[in-house]
Design a protein around this ligand. Structure first.
Ligand code: HEC
Length: 215
């Protein structure tokens, strides 16, 4: 074989390792560039990403707002009694039909009350929660004490009013509507009623066979 032929062969053998080396490198390194597309299908196409800008609309944003008055599926709150605690313009004195006041609801209410209300109102509703006690201690003079839930005015509030207090807040108390789902609000209302009742019940309301255990 002539010499130049041998050199050429050696060169070709060496060159044939180059693609292998490149592939090996590509497999172990990372790149932010898209991979090479020989047939570009629809993998990459022009589009606006979330929160990006667009010159097409006068407000400059690519994401469009839903048409005014749009209601998401399952979000239609057309039942005033259930969603707002109101019948007509007045606060309801009865629980809505969707709510069955039973032991499970009260247990749920107690749990939720412990999370959302007790820090201010105290576990028994006397208005002496940890936050309230700490605020008293600090004596900053800016604190409005949480209501005692056993006060006559609160006891006499209709359940719809209590529900509304949780949903929208009242005077200095903030609203908890965005944190507590509707059903849980009713559960808390039921539990507050139970708390209030626990202070005001007379001995005649205790079943006869249990009375002796109380005295
Ligand atoms: C951050 C502290 C705080 C939390 C938490 C809180 N409250 Fe209050 N609550 C207050 C304060 C303060 C008032 C009195 C507001 C005022 O008089 O300006 C009040 C008043 C009330 C009243 C009396 C309203 C009336 O009819 O006059 C009720 C009922 C009540 N809260 C229920 C609840 C329930 C139920 C929860 C839990 C979902 C809750 N609160 C959570 C601070 C709180």
């Amino acid at each position: 074989m002539p010499r130049p032929m041998i050199y050429l062969l050696i060169l070709l053998v060496c060159a044939s390792f180059v693609p292998l080396a490149l592939i090996a490198r590509a497999r172990t390194s990372v790149s932010s560039r898209p991979r090479i597309h020989i047939v570009p299908d629809m993998d990459s196409q022009e589009k606006f990403k979330a929160q990006s800008a667009s010159l097409l609309f006068s407000d400059g944003r690519a994401m469009r707002l839903p048409v005014e008055g749009t209601i998401a599926q399952g979000e239609l709150q057309d039942d005033d009694h259930y969603y707002r605690g109101k019948v007509g313009e007045t606060f309801t004195t009865t629980f809505p039909d969707q709510i069955r006041v039973d032991r499970a609801l009260l247990e749920r209410g107690r749990e939720r009350f412990g999370i959302y209300c007790a820090p201010c109102h105290g576990l028994a509703g006397d208005g002496d929660g940890m936050v309230a006690r700490r605020a008293d201690e600090l004596q900053e003079g800016t604190w409005t004490p949480p209501s005692n839930l056993h006060d006559k005015t609160v006891v006499e509030r209709p359940v719809g009013h209590l529900y509304n207090t949780i949903s929208n807040g009242i005077r200095n108390m903030p609203s908890y509507g965005s944190q507590i789902p509707v059903e849980d609000r009713w559960a808390i209302v039921a539990y507050v009623r139970a708390l209030q009742r626990s202070r005001r019940a007379s001995i005649d309301e205790v079943p006869a066979d249990k009375r002796s255990t109380l005295r």
